[in-house]
Write a protein that binds this ligand. Structure first.
Ligand code: HSE
Length: 326
């Protein structure tokens, strides 16, 4: 065994697309996963919380696999790992749980071996794994990101979330696999629809960058993915059409869904009305759902290196108890 330390990582959830910015715009949200990683005599997992149920606890585990990619890239060998994880990010709901696991594992493995890989490298690796840069970019860098990927390199610009912009999500109690939600999209779109989205994505990015909350509703319109995905999320069509009448600046499917995300002006007086409308509309369509205000998260993944313990589960659990939302 070598002398590597124990790494501890905190990584935020994310929303993607923000309506028109399909595979391009992302935003980090204040819901988190925590990972600890250290070299061990044999590979062992400590996975805590409901969201970890069913996750493989052998070397096919995504965290383990991603860590090995980091070690290979850095030219080091650490075949046996002790990995702990707790996540409060619901799985397969459009809140970037897989992106946060990928980014968290990249950051944890990199920190453990002395951070030989820079963030640009980690972003390229994360995007190659996730296949689009929007969620991973937000989890890595925090704030709002606008990103492109050419298949090899990912580039981005990060924006701070504008003042007074609040985020309300309605999370339905069912899972929707991203592969399924991508499978219903057409292979080709018309120039008319492409222009519709390009113009609105540009307007939305400029509105977010300049704090023009008044433009958000007009800008958060989409023709590339939401119309095709609406049949997969009961109530979505009504929510998209009517949420602005109940106080939302704009509303969109969060990533590939099924969560929907509303932007709200912090000074809006109808917040409770909007929350009720989102929840009741889902319920009207037979879908139990919960709402949650999730402040934008300005900071991306953070990693620290701690002394080795050999058995980290106890301190990991103590750390989680001090940090989780509820
Ligand atoms: N941009 C992606 C999509 C996010 O909408 O399919 C989901 O991972």
């Amino acid at each position: 065994m070598s002398n590597y330390g124990r790494s501890r990582v905190k990584v935020p959830a994310s929303t993607a697309n923000l309506g028109p910015g399909f595979d391009t715009l992302g935003m980090a949200l204040s819901l988190y996963a925590w990972i600890e990683m250290e070299e061990a005599p044999e590979t062992i997992f400590h996975l805590y919380g409901d969201e970890m149920k069913g996750v493989p606890q052998d070397k096919s585990n995504l965290l383990y696999q991603v860590a090995q990619m980091v070690f290979a890239e850095a030219g080091v060998s650490v075949p046996e790992l002790s990995i702990s994880m707790y996540s409060e990010i619901p799985l397969a709901r459009g809140l970037g749980s897989s992106a946060s696991a990928i980014v968290g594992a990249l950051a944890a493995a990199n920190a453990m071996i002395g951070s030989p890989l820079d963030n640009a490298k980690l972003f390229n690796m994360a995007t190659a794994l996730e296949k689009h840069p929007d969620n991973v970019g937000a989890s890595l860098f925090g704030g709002i990101i606008t990103a492109v990927w050419d298949g090899v390199e990912a580039d981005y610009i990060r924006l701070d979330s504008p003042e007074n912009l609040e985020v309300l999500v309605v999370i339905p109690e069912f899972e929707l696999a991203t592969t399924k939600a991508r499978g219903v999209l057409p292979a080709e779109v018309t120039v008319r629809d492409a222009v519709y989205n390009i113009s609105r994505t540009s307007l939305l990015t400029a509105a977010l960058a300049s704090g023009r909350l008044d433009m958000i509703g007009k800008a958060m319109q989409d023709r590339l993915h939401q119309p095709y995905r609406a049949p997969l999320v009961p109530g979505m069509e009504k929510l998209l059409a009517e949420a602005p009448q109940h106080g939302a600046l704009g509303i969109a499917l969060s990533g590939a869904g099924p969560t929907l995300l509303a932007f709200v002006d912090g000074r809006e007086s109808r917040k409770a009305e909007l929350e009720a409308f989102l929840k009741e509309t889902m319920q009207e369509h037979g879908i139990p759902a919960r709402t949650c205000w999730l402040p934008a998260c300005a900071e991306g993944v953070t990693a620290e290196v701690l002394p080795r313990t050999g058995m980290q589960s106890e301190s990991f659990l103590d750390m989680i108890k001090g940090e989780v939302r509820s």
